[in-house]
Design a protein around this ligand. Structure first.
Ligand code: SF4
Length: 409
């Protein structure tokens, strides 16, 4: 099979992994696949590094052959899809060629499991090692790790990769046992734990050899099982706390041709994945806890974002006096982000904050108005019922743009 044909198959097979920012973006193509500005050219995805730089990554699988039969996966053993497999040398060559032509800044490499977890992991490590040691490749490398692989191989992967990830895929052991019977949540967590230990060791000994400087991440599939958002976010909260993950990615389940009966025929609403990312952002950056965002079992609201939903359910905190409140509470006001909360606190060291200041800071005035008090402003209807506020604010056109989520590969 020609290299180009393999690339077509193995780049397409990698698109279901959510760990790149462009994974969920609409397909945009000028003149077919290769036109000027096409953002979905073969295998190239755009993502963000932890310092906020946008980078282009070659996102491919080493192979889409797999001995496992995860029901939600297009590459499962029983799936009837065209298969291909790169050699180590081919992936190295593609990466170096694309890099030298300035097409990419790095590599995002995953794989189906061939022969055994150790054999597959050895191949992934060999690619990263050859890129780093033979070609002095200094670009970004994200390697998916195989949880069952020998910890020594995962440790070797961390020496060459910027980021490692171990996909937990589903939030509960029951769902994993039903839909991915060859996988085991215990093994997955052991792999995450061993990566965390290595990261901690490295932090304690800065002069020791590098180990995955961009940390570790995971992915959960949303809508392949009956788990609700509270369960999914609860699992994410535990993973962040126990394994110091940099990111949990959420990937809306997408039904695949000839899906087995064990998985749904329809995908979940796309907005559900978006709301989970918003809630995750609140957990990581704003000090929210899952039980605050979702006191009861169930899913996040789709018509309003989770921060607004929390504010409407906790009206006792509002309207909040921005000249008095501390920075963490100001950041909880719908329409005020972390940076603006900090700017408000800095401004009031010089003088009292006024309404026009918030406009200058480009806060969403329509959104914050019912929730704040400043020197020259208090909302007229600060007793407006939450339901009425919710109706007024749902489907606001800017609603989707208030969360400039940076996703790191
Ligand atoms: S192990 Fe990975 S590639 Fe293989 S079937 Fe499961 S999810 Fe798909």
């Amino acid at each position: 099979m020609e290299l180009r044909d393999k690339l077509e198959i193995l780049a397409d097979a990698a698109k279901y992994d959510a760990s790149c920012a462009s994974s969920g973006a609409p397909r945009r193509s000028s003149q077919g696949k290769d036109g000027l500005g096409a953002s979905t050219g073969m295998g190239i995805c755009h993502s963000y590094t932890p310092d906020g730089r946008c980078v282009s990554l070659l996102k491919i699988l080493l192979t889409n052959f797999c001995v496992y039969d995860c029901q939600y996966c297009v590459n499962r053993r029983t799936s009837n899809v065209p298969r291909a497999r790169f050699t180590v040398a081919e992936v190295v060559k593609l990466t170096v060629d694309f890099y030298l032509r300035n097409y990419i800044d790095g590599l995002f490499l995953s794989s189906g499991i061939i022969q055994s977890a150790d054999y597959t992991m050895e191949q992934l490590v060999a690619i990263a090692r050859e890129l780093r040691e033979t070609h002095q490749f200094r670009g970004y490398i994200h390697l998916k790790t195989i949880p069952d692989a020998d910890p020594a191989l995962i440790e070797a992967a961390g020496r060459y990769a910027d980021r490692l990830s171990v996909n937990i895929e589903l939030p509960s052991q029951d769902s994993i046992a039903r839909l991915a019977p060859e996988k085991n949540v215990h093994t997955i967590k052991l792999a995450m734990g061993s990566i965390r230990r290595k990261l901690d060791e490295k932090a304690g000994e800065p002069k020791s050899p590098a180990f995955a400087p961009a940390g570790q991440s995971t992915q959960m599939i949303v809508g392949a099982d009956a788990s609700d958002d509270k369960h999914i976010l609860g699992t994410a909260e535990t993973l962040y706390g126990s394994y110091k993950l940099k990111r949990v990615y959420y990937s809306a389940f997408s039904p695949i041709p000839q899906s087995p009966k064990s998985v749904p025929l329809a995908p979940p609403p796309m907005l559900r994945e978006h709301r989970l990312y918003q809630a995750d952002f609140l957990l990581r950056g704003y000090g929210f806890q899952v039980r605050e965002l979702l006191p009861e079992n169930g899913n996040l609201a789709l018509d309003i974002d989770p921060k607004l939903a929390w504010a409407l359910a906790n009206r006792q905190h509002f309207p909040m006096d921005l000249n008095m409140a501390d920075v963490t509470m100001i950041a909880r006001v719908p329409g005020i982000g972390l940076r603006n909360a900090q700017r408000i606190v800095e401004l009031r060291r010089m003088r009292r904050v006024r309404y026009a200041d918030l406009s200058r800071l480009r806060c969403s005035m329509r959104k914050i108005a019912p929730f704040i008090v400043v020197a020259d402003y208090r909302p007229a209807g600060d007793t407006t019922p939450s339901e009425a506020l919710r109706r007024a604010m749902a489907d606001a056109p800017e609603q989707m743009n208030l969360w400039p989520e940076l996703q790191t590969a």
